[in-house]
Design a protein around this ligand. Structure first.
Ligand SMILES: Nc1ncnc2c1ncn2[C@@H]1O[C@H](COP(=O)(O)OP(=O)(O)OP(=O)(O)O)[C@@H](O)[C@H]1O
Length: 235
C-alpha cells in the first residue's frame, strides 16, 4: 500500500535522507529502527511532507504518487501521522481535540467512531473534559493516536510512540499498538525497544545514516543478532 523507493530528502540545503526504501502491505506493522539521528523521524516527515522536502526517489500510496500533495490531501488519502512531539492542542479539552479532525467519508477502509476510539482508550473517555495540556505524556500520546485514528487512516505512522514515557505507561501504549494491529490497522512504528518489535512487528527496516541498510521479517531480524549489535545500541 505504501512504497518508498530510494527516497532522498533535505531540510533546506541539508540532505539527511540518501536512499530510503520502505514497503508496507495492508494490515502489516513495520518497525523502523536505528540509532538516534539516523533519519527515522525524517522518513515519516517525508511521507507526510512535514517540514522536509523530498528531493529524489518516489513515494507511492495505493499505487499513486504522493509528490506535490498537501498534508491535508495525504491525510485524506488515508495516511495518519502521530509525530514524536504529539502536537495535542494544549488549551483544548480531550473531546475538543478529538473533534478537530475533518470528517472523512470513505468506503475503502475501516472507519473509527468516537465511541470506538474511547473503547480503545477508556482513560481518554474518563478524562474527556480535561484540558489536554495538563495530562501526562502517556495520556497525551494516547490522545494523539486517538486523534489520528479519527482521520480514518488506512496506514498510521507512529514516531517513537513511547519516547520519554515511564515504563508502565510505555507498555500501555504498546498494548494499544497491539490492539490496533488486531483491528487490521497497518502501521509504521519508529522504534528502539526490542521488546516492542517482538510484540507487534511483522517486518523490520533498519536505517543508518539516512539510508535503508537492512529489511526483513521479524524472525530473520532475531535470527541475526549482529544486526541489532551493529545498528542499534545493543550489546
Ligand atoms: N528540522 C530539522 N532541520 C534540520 N535538520 C534536522 C531537522 N530535524 C532533524 N534534522 C537532522 O536530520 C538527521 C536525522 O534526524 P531524525 O530526527 O530523522 O533522526 P531519528 O532517526 O528520528 O532520530 P531520533 O531518534 O533522535 O529522533 C539528524 O542529523 C538531525 O540532526
Amino acid at each position: 500500500m505504501l512504497r518508498l523507493t530510494s527516497v532522498h530528502a533535505a531540510y533546506g540545503k541539508s540532505e539527511v535522507l540518501h536512499g530510503i526504501d520502505v514497503a508496507v502491505q495492508p494490515g502489516q506493522v513495520v518497525c523502523l529502527i536505528g540509532r538516534n539521528g539516523v533519519g527515522k523521524s525524517s522518513t515519516m516527515k517525508a511521507i507526510v511532507q512535514d517540514q522536509i522536502t523530498v528531493t529524489g526517489g518516489e513515494i507511492t500510496f495505493d499505487g499513486a504518487s504522493l509528490a506535490g500533495l498537501s498534508r491535508h490531501e495525504i491525510v485524506r488519502r488515508g495516511v495518519g501521522y502521530v509525530p514524536e512531539d504529539r502536537r495535542v492542542f494544549a488549551t483544548l479539552t480531550v473531546l475538543e481535540n478529538l473533534r478537530v479532525p475533518r470528517k472523512v467519508v470513505a468506503q475503502d477502509r475501516r472507519m473509527w467512531s468516537l465511541d470506538q476510539v474511547f473503547a480503545l482508550f477508556p482513560q481518554l473517555h474518563d478524562y474527556r473534559h480535561r484540558i489536554a495540556g495538563v495530562m501526562s505524556g502517556g495520556e497525551q500520546q494516547m490522545l494523539s493516536i486517538a486523534r489520528a485514528l479519527l482521520t480514518q487512516p488506512k496506514l498510521l505512522l507512529l514516531d517513537e510512540p513511547h519516547e520519554g514515557l515511564a515504563p508502565k505507561v510505555a507498555e500501555e501504549v504498546v498494548d494499544a499498538i497491539v490492539a490496533l494491529k488486531a483491528e487490521g490497522v497497518a502501521m509504521i512504528v519508529s522504534e528502539q525497544a526490542l521488546n516492542t518489535i517482538r510484540r507487534c512487528a511483522d517486518r523490520v527496516i533498519v536505517v543508518d545514516r539516512g539510508s535503508t541498510v537492512w529489511e526483513g521479517t521479524v524472525d530473520a531480524f532475531y535470527q541475526d543478532p549482529e544486526i541489532a549489535r551493529k545498528y542499534l545500541m545493543v550489546q
